[in-house]
Design a protein around this ligand. Structure first.
Ligand code: UDP
Length: 319
């Protein structure tokens, strides 16, 4: 099969590309290298079934040609990372909204199946333990910049489902919950690579807020397995799926766990949100998926527990 991965040089995209190449598929990648890196494609770049285009997904003629060639599109290109969203609000909104609009419009021209990578951010300020796909969203005010990202991704979801309902375009919407693993950089604020790097360097491990906020972390290889299965499952079309691990951990406990596993002497330092992100920031208190739906359809069961996830990130930074 021929597939296109937008954002294929990114953290998740590059793992997905490797997996699809290993399965014998022909993989086309488009990436503008904003947050993606050529280094991420080191293992597959010389493979004759790997084709890389360095360009923006907003370039319609390039995208038209790529989409025409492939059977499926994994649309992963997006502005990522809370810090990125706080620092570059215009680019975030433009790439997330216009980019997805371009992908869906061109995919519809040739009726090619599209998987949309959305995010658990769209649930907003929910405090329920187990977020279900049909739950209401609880959004903060437009004066708090963080929520712009969630709203842009929500619009992507609406648009994808509208294409399915109105134009019969096969789409699958996936909501990814804090995907982590090797190659994820701490540059855009993500917590685990930052904690591990600080711990290995003996620098303070910086917990933002009081650390009682919690997240559920999923290893990137569990996520890419799920995306491939979902694209190939007809019953997933026109529907939305949480992709995540339902084990929840507080950020404070995560910091202690990283310190213990790296045998680091680093201090754990608490930093107020204002200082960490600047004004206009509001955090999500918790974010844990209900994964009954994806379990029911493709038998999804994350293979990596929190310890093995942290260990894989430690091994990556050590190497
Ligand atoms: N966080 C932290 N220290 C860091 C980076 C992040 O305490 O160096 C916190 C952040 O405030 C949030 C959680 O860790 O509560 C997860 O942050 P991340 O940016 O990884 O993902 P998201 O907020 O999108 O879940």
């Amino acid at each position: 099969m021929r597939v296109l991965i937008t954002g294929g040089a990114g953290f998740i995209g590059s793992h997905l590309a490797e997996k699809l190449i290993d399965e014998g598929h022909e993989v086309f990648i488009i990436d503008n290298l904003w947050t993606g890196k050529l280094e991420n494609l080191k293992r597959i770049q010389d493979n004759e079934r790997c084709h890389l285009v360095i360009d923006t997904i907003l370039n319609e003629s390039v995208m038209n040609e790529l989409i025409f060639k492939v059977d499926h599109i994994y649309h992963l290109a997006a502005a990522v990372g809370v810090r990125n969203i706080m620092d570059n609000p215009v680019e975030t909104l433009e790439i997330n909204v216009k980019g997805t609009e371009t992908v869906l419009r061109l995919a519809n021209r040739f009726k090619k199946k599209v998987l949309i990578a959305s995010t658990s951010e769209i649930y907003g300020k929910h405090v329920d333990h187990s977020l279900k796909e049909d739950d209401n969203r609880v959004m903060g005010t437009v004066k708090k910049r963080r929520w712009a990202y969630a709203c842009s991704k929500t619009l992507d979801e609406f648009l994808a489902l509208a294409y399915f309902d109105e134009k019969k375009l096969p789409v699958v919407v996936t909501r990814l919950f804090n995907t982590v693993g090797p190659r994820q950089t701490g540059r855009y604020g993500m917590v685990l690579p930052n904690f591990v790097q600080s711990a290995l360097l003996g620098k303070p491990i910086t917990v933002f807020g009081d650390g009682t906020q919690s997240r559920s972390f999923t290893h990137v290889s569990d996520v890419t397995d799920a995306l491939i299965k979902l694209v190939n499952k007809q019953e997933a079309e026109g529907d939305v799926f949480n992709v995540g691990n339902d084990h929840e951990v507080s950020i404070k406990d995560l910091a202690h766990k990283v310190k213990e596993m790296t045998r680091s002497k680093s201090e754990i330092e608490y930093i107020p949100y204002e200082k960490a992100y600047g004004p206009g920031f509001e955090d999500m208190e918790r974010r844990c998926p209900n994964i009954d739906k994806i379990k029911g359809l493709i038998g999804f069961k994350p293979k990596h527990d929190l310890e093995s996830i942290i260990q894989s990130v430690i091994d990556y930074f050590k190497s």
